[in-house]
Design a protein around this ligand. Structure first.
Ligand code: CP
Ligand code: NVA
Length: 327
């Protein structure tokens, strides 16, 4: 069996995405029922950038799956500076059952996956944050009841990892995705082409615009992210000026659908990309979204192990039933 990795939002087919979200819902209701990492087996979780939610949700999730997390903080391993990524992968695959990595370059994740029999999971790169989108889609589906055909507007830094992942995961779920940011801070042509290609399969819509009002018009899901991503701290002042028109405020929400829900991956900067009124208001499902990191990533880990032929028979049976909605 070939190992399945999760490096970008498009590494799951549309049907697989639905199955993983179904499994996440089931695991939320049955938190300790599926134990693919019983032993305990270990999962390595590397951080080249800082983290709160990703560290805690993977640590807790790996434990709940019966395993033991090995959390490796920035600067603590030889990875990438004293030893090649390929050699690290060759060692890891003999000792751990999963590799989770938050890093800078997407190419690093690709190299790790190329040399590892253990599934590799992108825990955020400069280009994508696909685990976050599983949690976001789970939260949106919980509130709206469905995703296909629903409209999603993302406002702000539309060239960052979250914008790319909203676009790709949104079209994978068959949504009407509108991405709005200033000129020069929009998704690359490669990302737009990949989104359009997947949208052609799912019936999704893709709109890339500099007009926040056009993106927001009637949107059922409104999302944003920090204007200053990790590694961009020196550009902070310039970025604060640049994205001002794309703030998610009560006024902006007035253009969205009545009852629209608001997402933000956190950490959030009240008064910058989102006002306190909206973040802490009734339309915000941000805390459910943060909680769902745990459930969605547990589902993803179990699913990847089953798909890769690396889980026991009882786990595989339960995962198949839960993802099909028959458990
Ligand atoms: N949303 C998210 O990934 O948060 P952390 O950076 O705290 O992990
Ligand atoms: N775009 C943000 C997301 C943080 C979870 C960053 O990369 O810093």
């Amino acid at each position: 069996m070939t190992t399945r990795h999760f490096l970008t939002d498009l590494d799951l087919s549309p049907e697989e995405l639905t199955r993983v979200l179904n499994l996440a819902d089931w695991m939320k209701a049955n938190p300790y029922a599926i134990k693919p990492l019983a032993g305990p087996q270990t999962a390595a979780v590397f951080f080249d950038k800082t983290s709160t939610r990703t560290r805690i949700s993977f640590g807790s999730g790996i434990a709940a799956l019966g395993g033991s997390p090995l959390i490796i903080n920035p600067g603590e391993s030889q990875l990438g500076h004293k030893e090649s990524i390929a050699d690290t992968a060759r060692v890891l695959e003999r000792q751990v059952s999963l590799i989770v990595w938050r890093t800078y370059a997407q190419t690093g994740l690709e190299e790790m996956a190329e040399h590892s029999r253990a599934p590799v999971i992108n825990a955020l790169s400069d280009d994508y944050h696909p685990c976050q989108l599983l949690a976001d889609l789970q939260a949106a589906r919980e509130k709206l009841g469905s995703l296909a055909g629903r409209s999603l507007a993302y406002l702000g830094d539309a060239a960052n990892n979250m914008a790319n992942s909203y676009l790709l995961a949104g079209v994978n779920a068959g949504m009407d995705v509108r991405i709005a940011g200033p000129g020069g801070y929009l998704p690359s042509q490669d990302i737009i082409l990949a989104a359009e290609e997947r949208a052609a399969q799912t019936g999704a819509k893709v709109t890339i615009t500099t007009d926040p009002g056009a993106a927001l018009q009637g949107a059922e899901v409104v999302a944003t992210d920090t204007w200053v991503s990790m590694g961009q701290e020196e550009e902070k002042e310039q970025r604060m000026r640049l994205f001002g028109d794309y703030q998610v405020s009560a006024e902006a929400m007035g253009k969205a659908a009545e009852g629209a829900v608001v997402l933000h991956c956190l950490p959030a900067y009240r008064g910058a990309e989102i006002t306190a009124e909206v973040l802490d208001g009734e339309q915000s499902i941000i805390w459910d979204e943060a909680e769902n990191r745990l459930h969605a990533q547990k589902a993803l880990m179990a699913w990847l192990l089953v798909e890769s032929g690396l889980a026991d028979g009882e786990t595989a049976r339960l995962v198949r039933e839960a993802e099909a909605g028959t458990a």
